[in-house]
Design a protein around this ligand. Structure first.
Ligand SMILES: [Zn+2]
Length: 361
């Protein structure tokens, strides 16, 4: 027998968008809807599955890799905000040790970013030429947890604007190789011009996706390619544009245009049926723990509250192949004093965080 206390969660258990139950129990770290014998510690409120941050970087800051102590602080900050499942969208640090820690969020890794030489933030990525793309994608597919992360576009300093990073043929071969190895592929894309090639090459997801247009939205919808808009990060575009204005005025103007239409972009993708998920882009220049702010941004863009919640809860977990509040699932859940369906701002103040059946916050 385990020494764990049996936890009894009472109130409104939001097991699915349309599936509300009165109570659940956590026994030996797992969820059950059948009352176990004996004593239990009861907590009350509205319970959601542990939130998902589908674009987060643990083990990374603005300068590159960080120490394990800093990685631990990042993971704890996410956890205390209710993020109990992270899709790590690229990290140069080895954070495998976190998997053994029952008190830290679960992480689905995409290995290390793969970028073109001198076409990304320093110290982040494998910086390579297109001829090496297939080999590096295979390597990161084996190293990660079912995802590979490409940098699909970045500023081309000679052109003075954002530009696609990879020729169509190489990216097609690389995505096919990832799929052969059982990994999905995602890419950082701010601009318009890389999207069609990546989607037609079979990519599974696009990060940021600020460059979606009326031409490419239907293509994403038809192929079921997800987007993770990271609106809390897009909010920094004007600041970035100011910084680069003197040297790269075309790039700066482009970034401002993408910023100005960001809510319309997300809303038209959602309206067309493109799967949209919550991601904060924590860990580069952004702070950890912003999951509630990103959900609020999706609502501001025009996504209904229940769908914005699903984008960090039930829907995001299904997309990543992880359970929510099913019988037998790990008891990872967040409890609130008010109904987050009525107002997603409730997510900013969790009353209890439960990870593997234990109250950790
Ligand atoms: Zn990122």
């Amino acid at each position: 027998m385990s020494d764990r206390t049996v936890l009894h969660v009472k109130g409104r258990v939001l097991a699915g968008p349309e599936d509300v139950r009165d109570e659940l129990w956590a026994v030996d770290g797992r969820i059950t809807y059948e009352r176990p014998p004996g004593e239990a510690l009861t907590v009350s409120g509205w319970a959601l599955p542990g939130l998902v941050d589908a674009h987060c970087h643990v083990g990374l800051d603005q300068h590159g890799p960080v120490s394990d102590e800093v990685s631990e602080k990042q993971a704890l900050t996410d956890r205390d905000a209710g993020t109990l499942l992270v899709r790590d969208a690229g990290s140069p640090s080895d954070t495998r040790w976190i998997d053994a820690r029952e008190d830290l969020p679960k992480i689905i890794r995409a290995g290390r970013h793969i970028a073109r030489t001198r076409r990304y933030i320093r110290n982040y990525a494998h910086e390579i030429d297109p001829g090496d793309l297939v080999a590096y994608v295979a390597r990161e597919a084996r190293r990660g947890d079912g995802w590979v992360k490409l940098v699909g576009d970045w500023i081309d300093r000679d052109a003075g604007d954002l530009a696609a990073c990879w020729p169509r043929g190489e990216v097609e071969a690389a995505i096919a190789e990832a799929h052969r190895l059982g990994a999905r592929v995602t890419a950082h894309c701010f601009a318009e011009d890389s999207l069609r090639d990546l989607v037609e090459a079979g990519i599974d997801c696009i990060e940021h996706a600020t460059g979606l247009t009326d031409d490419t939205v239907p293509l994403f919808a038809e192929r079921g390619v997800a987007i993770v808009p990271t609106l809390v990060n897009i909010a920094t575009f004007p600041h970035m544009a100011d910084g680069g204005e003197a040297k790269f005025p075309d790039w700066a103007a482009h970034m401002r245009r993408l910023y100005e239409r960001r809510y319309d972009t997300v809303r038209s993708a959602y309206d067309a049926g493109v799967p949209v998920f919550v991601g904060t882009d924590a860990g580069g220049s952004l702070a950890h723990g912003l999951v509630a702010a990103e959900v609020a941004e999706l609502v501001k863009a025009g996504i209904p509250a229940l769908d914005a919640l699903s984008a960090t809860a039930w829907g995001a977990r299904a997309w990543l192949g992880r359970p929510a509040l099913e019988e037998g699932a790990p008891a990872d859940l967040v409890i609130y004093d008010q109904d987050p369906r009525a107002d997603v701002r409730v997510l900013a103040a969790p009353s209890r965080i439960v990870l593997n059946g234990r109250i950790v916050g």
